[in-house]
Design a protein around this ligand. Sequence first.
Ligand SMILES: Cc1cc2nc3c(=O)[nH]c(=O)nc-3n(C[C@H](O)[C@H](O)[C@H](O)COP(=O)(O)OP(=O)(O)OC[C@H]3O[C@@H](n4cnc5c(N)ncnc54)[C@H](O)[C@@H]3O)c2cc1C
Length: 361
Amino acid sequence: MEVDMANAQGKRVVIVGAGIVGASLAYHLADKGANVTLVEAEGIASGVTGRSFAWINTRYAGPDPIAELRGAAIKAYRRLESRLPDLNIRWTGALSFNAKTNEALPVSGKQAPVNRVSRSQILGLEPNLKHPPQSALYAADEGALDAVAATHALIAGAQAYGAKILTQTRVLGFVTQGAKVTGVDTTMGIIDADVVVLAAGTGITKLTDMLEVSLPVEASPAIFIRYKSQPNLVHTLISSPEMEVRQSSDGTLLAAEDYLDDTIESQPAAIALRTAGTIQNQLHGTGSINVQLACVGLRPIPADGLPIIGYLPNVAGVYVCVMHPGVTLAAIVGLLASEEIINDKVASALCSCRPDRFLQM
Ligand SMILES: Cc1cc2nc3c(=O)[nH]c(=O)nc-3n(C[C@H](O)[C@H](O)[C@H](O)COP(=O)(O)OP(=O)(O)OC[C@H]3O[C@@H](n4cnc5c(N)ncnc54)[C@H](O)[C@@H]3O)c2cc1C
């Protein structure tokens, strides 16, 4: 890799947030020789990363302003896993079918290839499906990871390059000199920085508000469910109108569901039971499926749906990094953002993501 050690040397970078995005930034920045401190209010992956379905999903319906970024996501993970085998990505491919499956395939040449597969091919991939559709879309190059384990692997990699990790340490405010941020004020005291990177998920707005910068990031709820069941029920990742499920090698079944409302019948535990029934209706051989965890996760979704990545225009020294889908994009964003921060190399793939699109100067 291209490393500009002279530029990186001694550059003190404080990253706020140890979700998968902050962890990837810490790894890539420390790899480039920056003096990295990662500050996390709670524990590693305690935010939405710990509640993620974690599908590396590079598909997007319609014209995609971040096609270049999304299209580079899988390659960035492939590169990372060759350096960090503990990432344990499961490249199972992803099978999706819905009423629109008969529409044209995604055409962006930049995205992972998606092929239409027939009923018999679907059954070859997922022999336990009780009601296979006539056709589905299959992205053979896609996969998923355990987002908590992957975040730990990235942080261990960052530590191996000298990064310092402070958990249970909340950033309370900023230290400024004129219009430049020169550090963060935390529950453990002040930490000086040349650059502060905000990877705080839905917590980012509280931080940028303190700098009088208002970023429109919604905390959008979704339901994450984990079941104990026998292995080898689901081989790929299935996304259909009935369910979104995948399975890890130990048999844990993972599902993601829409958040409906806060009534009793829409509580995560109730949805988890209904979804278990759906899975049993859709798959042969399920036997018992026991809920291990059902919870709501708050996804940080910027108002226009695109990531917000780059330096704040009106305050020097603050680089923001907030996005959905954060698991899909963490590897490529960590790589490109670290090049911007350390090598001053502007990434064209990030040009639709700049914060100034929301900020009237
Ligand atoms: C049910 C569900 C399914 C999903 N499925 C997918 C999927 O299939 N694919 C995909 O790509 N994405 C998926 N997502 C979204 C994905 O999980 C998120 O986009 C991603 O985890 C965001 O990571 P992050 O590091 O930005 O945020 P977080 O994991 O929330 O990390 C931010 C961290 O910042 C810390 N923090 C906040 N404020 C402060 C402060 N003041 N001081 C110090 N620390 C602070 C928080 O404690 C937190 O740990 C899903 C989400 C849900 C809920």
